[in-house]
Design a protein around this ligand. Structure first.
Ligand code: SF4
Length: 473
């Protein structure tokens, strides 16, 4: 399961804004590893450098030194809409002269196809297959006066998830959709301002966290200072997977540091699904904190049973079939001396398609484990995501097709326990109605289009791909 992107922006006339953005993108690398890009402005025009690959592969001293200016935005991409190719790298730049705009986007626009058609009929030419270009051209197409009103116009037309950083020739904007599906925060650095998907990016560049950018808010930063433009919003729907898996454990979202939240998920799993065992381990790295929480709460000793190769999947060298067949062996290596004869509790963040977990269980058994008890921080995922998470079609989701005991048998574990929705909410410590949990419940926070899709989903056989009108990747 992949998140869609990381975004960043900085307004700092006295600083090397391209370099600050480079290091912030480095801290946000976990949100997207397909491409990286930075756009800057020196007040006269926009410059962009964006390439396929990791941040460290996309930039060097030479490319950074050419990105002059006092404002910058940056982007790490994982493609959810639009294929993974160089034309789709971000930031995307549209318009000309003083009407140019650079856009970096985290999220997924549900009505993008309708907007492509509408804007194409108006003469807008699309150079990419991303929904980000639809956002950018929608803003340009507005006849309202001033960027804030043009952005607001677009916000009224867009359906879905978008946390954006935008750059004009003299202004940095941070924009968050009215549901607040993806996080976005504001920070300060040496009297100047930064905007980032996650607070961990602020820590790494020496900026301090100021506040979340609120759902439906536009923040504008330029020579006149910082201004906020808000509208009344209805339901909030922050993606609950930011707490379970996507965001880094050292990030703070809605006042909650994620590391202890994940420990509390592990403790909740111990309360809800106790078992007699000799050792607890969290699957590294995303479930490490939850494993610690389970161990503390249950009193079962904590151990490390799998070592992770942290660099796997972060290369553009395609493995051949023989290497691909190694599956999780590419990613994990077990420690048989730690595991031999042990009854093991394995805490993991989620089970999506059920392709990886059986391989992990098999690997642990081969390493000598006598019992494997899987404990999962996310409740069963039964519905697909429309908000920028590359999950699966409903037919591919194992929990949509099988009962919990069937999933247990399929993955080859001795027992399987999922954290309940109430247990998850208790661990996070924020109101239930502030989250999107649609992949557990089917209750999507976007009313019209998705309600129709939901109906189709309820009546369609779950083994087939349901025609949602939104192509899942
Ligand atoms: S459907 Fe699930 S993964 Fe998608 S935004 Fe909602 S909670 Fe997050």
């Amino acid at each position: 399961m992949h998140e869609s992107c990381g975004v960043f922006g900085v307004y700092a006339p006295d600083e090397d804004v391209a370099r600050l953005t480079f290091f912030a993108l480095f801290a946000l690398q976990h949100r997207g590893q397909e491409s990286a890009g930075i756009a800057t402005t020196d007040g006269k025009g926009l410059q962009v450098h964006a390439k396929m690959g990791l941040v460290s592969q996309a930039f060097n001293e030479d490319s950074l030194s050419k990105l002059s200016g006092n404002i910058a935005i940056g982007h790490n991409r994982y493609s959810t809409r639009g294929s993974s190719r160089v034309a789709n790298v971000q930031p995307i730049v549209v318009g000309e002269g003083s009407d140019s705009l650079a856009v970096a986007h985290n999220g997924n626009i549900i009505n993008a196809e309708h907007l492509y058609e509408e804007l194409s009929e108006q003469g807008y030419v699309f150079h990419t297959s991303t929904d980000t270009e639809a956002i950018a051209n929608l803003i340009l197409s507005s006849t309202e006066k001033g960027w804030v009103n043009r952005i607001r116009y677009a916000m009224h037309r867009l359906q879905g998830a978008y946390s954006l950083t935008l750059l004009t020739k003299d202004t940095l904007f941070g924009v968050r959709d009215p549901l607040g599906v993806r996080p976005l925060c504001l920070g300060a650095i040496n009297g100047n301002w930064v905007i980032a998907s996650e607070s961990c990016a602020l820590d790494h560049i020496g900026a301090t966290f100021v506040r979340e950018i609120e759902p439906g808010e536009i923040v504008a930063i330029n020579g006149d200072g910082i201004n906020s433009y808000r509208e009344e919003v209805g339901r909030r729907a922050l993606c609950i997977f930011e707490y379970i898996y996507f965001a880094r454990p050292d990030s703070v979202i809605n006042g909650k540091l994620l590391y202890p939240v994940r420990q509390a998920m592990g403790a909740g799993l111990s309360d809800e699904h106790p078992v007699d065992a000799d050792l607890v381990m969290g699957v590294p790295d995303s479930a490490t904190a939850a494993g610690i929480g389970y161990s503390h709460q249950s009193g079962i000793p904590l151990g490390e049973g799998l070592l992770k190769n942290r660099y796997v999947g972060r290369t553009f060298i395609e493995p051949d079939q023989r290497i691909r067949d190694l599956g999780v062996k590419l990613k994990f290596n077990p420690l048989p001396q730690m595991l031999d004869g042990k009854r093991l509790v394995v805490v993991d963040d989620s089970i999506v398609r059920g392709t990886t977990t059986p391989q992990v269980v098999k690997m642990l058994r081969r390493a000598g484990v006598s019992e494997v008890h899987m404990r999962i921080c996310a409740p069963p995922i039964r519905y697909p995501c429309f908000f920028g998470v590359d999950m699966a079609t409903r037919g591919e989701l194992i929990a949509a097709r099988k009962t919990i005991s069937e999933v247990r048998d399929f993955i080859g574990a001795d027992s399987l326990g999922y954290l309940s929705i109430d247990g998850l909410i208790k661990a996070i410590g924020l109101p239930k109605d502030s989250f999107c949990m649609a992949c557990f419940t089917g209750d999507y926070p976007v009313p019209v289009q998705l309600e129709m899709d939901k109906l189709a989903m309820e009546t369609a056989p779950v083994t087939q791909q349901v025609p949602f009108g939104v192509k899942q990747r």
